[in-house]
Design a protein around this ligand. Structure first.
Ligand SMILES: C[S@@+](CC[C@H](N)C(=O)[O-])C[C@H]1O[C@@H](n2cnc3c(N)ncnc32)[C@H](O)[C@@H]1O
Ligand code: SF4
Length: 397
């Protein structure tokens, strides 16, 4: 959708200070797109633009398409009680924030459900006090409870996941979740008014599946009254048996790594999506004034919408820049490049400095392997949302 670009002036006009921080991050990503550094001794910290903090594996919902707790979710392995013993303590997070803050990366906190990490509020505040742009991705079921503090602490952006109007949303995300989120929006709006603040920037993120694609516009209509700043439609992360098998073999051969995360996205919720119908709905929404802009990720050419869901093996983005400017810190302290596929571990922040990990041998080995791969991406990256956001658009798509 070319209309995606329309969001930029709207957001930048309303949120001048924050936009500068966001722009700084984008500029560094742009720099790595133009000239990714391949020198083994280069200090990649210079281009660190975006750091994901996945702070807990716990979640109170069981959204059906979710790679963590959905039908095929990788957290449903019965080891959760062991996993939560490995959480990174707040004090160690603070030390890592101190280390990376001078590089001014954009911060993206997520999970699991981040409100289930016991120290989310002090962690976010610490990051904001360091002058960082801090966004939090949540299922929204706890924001009513924390609204006063979220606004007081001036979180930069809150990305709330909501997939459809009430009935269809609750079929995907669990009974009662829609109303909880709506009450959360109301509470944030009340607090913004009371505290005379524009922050946080409030966004819905909607993941498109075959369960909601025909009724996306109903949510768009309803969201007019939510006081949103933007609504993002994410076309979803999907894969199939063939891609999973190729990725397993490739990662074993090139990086001695056993892959088990990708299969969690082999859910089938992409099947039977009628590209023409979906495109017509997206186009209608992009042309309607709901009082806030709409973004679709990835922005595909209209006639290619069906390819995205039906031909998963056809790349729509390639030449991923993530290993040159981003990273994901997992709840147990492991550091990876890929947020959704944490198979290849670069190091662990409980025992290493961030710079040591980000400039280390394992990081450089991954960068070299992806650079040498066909199209500058691994076989499993075909619908990875980081690649959809930060990969290079393939001509025609
Ligand atoms: C895994 S959740 C974690 C944060 C929080 N629990 C939430 O739901 O927002 C991060 C985002 O991924 C989205 N998501 C879940 N399954 C997905 C899929 N198969 N493809 C793309 N995004 C997905 C969620 O809806 C949410 O917006
Ligand atoms: S709320 Fe988020 S982490 Fe939890 S199941 Fe849903 S998408 Fe997954």
């Amino acid at each position: 959708m070319k209309e995606n670009i329309a969001v930029v002036p709207v957001i930048f006009k309303k949120f001048k200070g924050l936009s500068a921080k966001m722009l700084y991050g984008f500029a560094k990503m742009g720099k790595t797109r133009i000239s990714p550094k391949h020198d083994y001794h280069y200090n990649h910290m210079q281009n660190l633009a975006l750091v994901y903090f996945n702070i807990t594996p716990l979640c109170n919902l069981r959204c059906r398409m979710c790679g963590q707790w959905g039908d095929k979710g990788k957290m449903k392995n019965g080891r959760i009680a062991e996993e939560i013993k490995t959480l990174v303590p707040l004090e160690r997070y603070k030390e890592i924030v101190d280390e990376i803050a001078p590089r001014r990366p954009v911060i993206y906190i997520w999970g699991g459900e981040p409100f289930l990490y016991p120290n989310l509020m002090p962690l976010a505040k610490y990051m904001i006090d360091k002058g960082l742009y801090v966004s939090v991705n949540t299922n929204g079921t706890f924001i009513e409870e924390y609204a006063e503090q979220i606004v007081r602490d001036r979180w930069s952006t809150i990305f709330v996941s909501l997939d459809a109007f009430e009935e269809a949303n609750d079929a995907m995300r669990g009974k009662g979740s829609y109303q909880k989120v709506v009450r959360g929006f109301e509470a944030i709006n009340r607090e913004k008014k009371k505290q005379n603040s524009l922050y946080p920037i409030m966004s819905i993120v909607t993941t498109v599946t075959n369960m909601n694609y025909l009724v996306l516009d109903q949510l768009a209509e309803a969201s007019c009254s939510f006081g949103l700043d933007v609504h993002i439609f994410n076309l979803g992360t999907y894969t199939n048996d063939n891609i999973v098998a190729r990725q397993k073999q490739y990662m074993r051969e090139k990086l001695d790594t056993e892959v088990d995360c990708l299969a969690a996205y082999n859910t089938g919720y992409n099947l039977n999506i009628d590209g023409e119908k979906l495109h017509a709905i997206l186009r209608k929404m992009h042309r309607t004034d709901y009082g806030h802009p709409i973004i679709t990720v990835p922005a595909l050419n209209p006639e290619k919408t069906h390819v995205y869901y039906a031909d998963l093996e056809t790349p729509v983005r390639n030449h991923c820049i993530v290993p040159w400017c981003q990273t994901d810190i997992n709840y147990n302290g492991d550091v990876h490049f890929c947020a959704d596929y944490p198979d290849y571990i670069l190091g662990n922040i409980k025992t290493q400095s961030f710079a040591e990990i980000y400039n280390g041998d394992r990081a450089n080995r991954f960068r070299k392997a992806i650079r040498e791969s066909e199209g500058g991406m691994f076989p499993g990256c075909l619908r990875c949302y980081q690649n959809m956001l930060f990969g290079k658009k393939i001509k025609g798509y």
